[in-house]
Design a protein. Structure first.
Length: 456
């Protein structure tokens, strides 16, 4: 039984069966030594190794929840009597007073009802772990960057460094990179329009919409996953752990929802929202190394922010019918959403890339990173819808089984209110910015661009 186990915390004292056995053993030993005329020694019973926890802590579950599902909260049933079975193996470090153990992260105790202030409080033992079938409750060290919290993904194992019931470090005990390659290849940091679109295709078809996905745990900037050039396995595994009934938000049951009701982004690693997706796309097109400055901004602000960084021009002018025609690489942002234009079809319809909680074939609002059609002519999607359906069905079959490609509404995506920072961003491709167009993408149709990206 581990010193910080939930079972022991219910009692706040050592297991009685062990002490009785030990007392009996010591008495027998003293009797034997006395019989041999040896000077008896005073036995020392170390009964203070189990740190007490707040009373009322619940009984743990003994099995880990599969990735992509919420591990069940412990029940309020009384703890069974302690047994003499061995608990989690921990490596003590006497010099520092810390210990190391391998444990699987299970999430936050009381998720859906506790607040960010409660979770961030120093010493708050709300972080649940599973080690050798035994659930443990720890606090997590707080720092300005919430370093440990930003490493914790539910269902994954870590080598923890623990001191005074607080996790000081959590070293991942797993390979983070996605082992399955995207059907579209790209080169990190190659600043071309083609490479931007290729980077945008990396999460397509296996990354669900998670509100706050791509932002960091504390929800104030880009996560480490959107500042690395290789796709993480967490996106695909979360997708595979769900089905067509996945919903990004469940107001009726916050404790089972992946939406951040508490004010922090617990599932930042599981998928991408629209701003996290575009921020990751821009980063991968411009950066060849991991850990640089992130490009995740509020959805309404993305277009104007990229312009302020010197990458191109921002405009809030009218678009399409009677206005500026959108072209490949344009990023459009408006209140609550943002998207990237892949290209235009011969009939004027557009293929776009975005992360959106579109309904599944069962009607559940899940969705995620996908190809969609935008038809300025109001004809139901036109050639763009036919094109995105063909590519999705062929290259992203499992996604296509759950989600039907859609035509996004013209009134929302084009004819939006021009206020604040809403508008569109266009890259400077003449050599004065960070991207160029040596492949001639601007002269291609959406069909030709997709053929180029997929190597057809």
């Amino acid at each position: 039984m581990h010193p910080h186990s939930v079972k022991n915390s219910l009692k706040g004292r050592p297991p009685l069966p062990r002490l009785r056995f030990f007392a009996f053993f010591c008495a027998a030993l003293m009797f034997a030594l006395a019989a041999l005329a040896c000077a008896p020694s005073e036995p020392s019973v170390n009964g203070g190794t189990h740190s007490p926890a707040p009373t009322g802590t619940a009984t743990p579950t003994d099995t880990a929840a599969p990735f992509g599902t919420h591990s069940p909260a412990p029940s309020d049933a009384p703890s069974p009597a302690p047994t003499d079975t061995a608990g989690p193996t921990a490596e003590s470090t006497p010099e520092s007073g810390s210990e190391k153990l391998v444990a699987k992260y299970l999430g936050i105790l009381g998720y859906g009802s506790v607040t960010a202030d409660e979770v961030k409080k120093d010493g708050a033992r709300l972080f649940r772990f599973l080690s050798d079938g035994e659930e443990l409750l720890f606090a997590v060290k707080n720092d300005a960057e919430f370093t440990v919290q930003n490493k914790l993904y539910e269902g994954y194992e870590y080598e923890l460094t623990v001191e005074n019931e607080t996790v000081l470090e959590a070293a991942p005990a797993f390979e983070l990179n996605d082992s399955e390659a995207s059907p579209v290849s790209y080169k990190p940091g190659e600043g071309t329009l083609k490479n931007l679109l290729a980077a945008a295709m990396q999460p397509v078809g296996h990354t669900l919409y998670v509100y706050g996905g791509g932002w960091n745990w504390q929800d104030d900037g880009a996560s480490a996953l959107t500042r690395r050039t290789a796709a993480p396995r967490t996106w695909r595994e979360f997708f595979l752990g769900q089905d067509a009934n996945y919903s990004y938000k469940n107001e009726a049951s916050p404790e089972t929802s992946y939406y951040p009701f508490g004010g922090w982004i617990e599932y930042f690693y599981a998928g991408l929202d629209c701003s996290g997706y575009l921020g990751r796309t821009v980063y991968c097109a411009l950066e060849s190394r991991d850990g640089g400055a992130g490009c995740v901004f509020k959805s309404t602000d993305i277009a104007k922010t990229l312009s302020s960084m010197g990458y191109g021009a921002f405009s809030s002018d009218k678009l399409e019918n009677g206005g500026t025609k959108l072209q490949s690489g344009d990023i459009v942002s408006f209140k609550g959403h943002a998207y990237l234009v892949l290209g235009r079809c011969e009939d004027g319809s557009l293929v776009i890339l975005h992360s959106s909680p579109t309904p599944s074939r069962t009607g559940s609002k899940g969705g995620g990173v996908q190809l969609s059609a935008l038809d300025p002519n109001g004809k139901g999607g036109g050639m763009a819808l036919t094109l995105v359906k063909r590519y999705t069905e062929r290259y992203y079959a499992e996604w296509y089984e759950r989600y039907e490609n859609i035509t996004v509404p013209y009134s929302t995506y084009i004819d939006f209110e021009r206020s604040g920072n809403a508008g569109f961003f266009r890259w400077s491709l003449d050599g004065s910015g960070v991207l160029t167009d040596p492949d001639g993408i601007l002269g291609m149709s959406a069909d030709e661009i997709l053929s180029l990206l997929f190597g057809k």
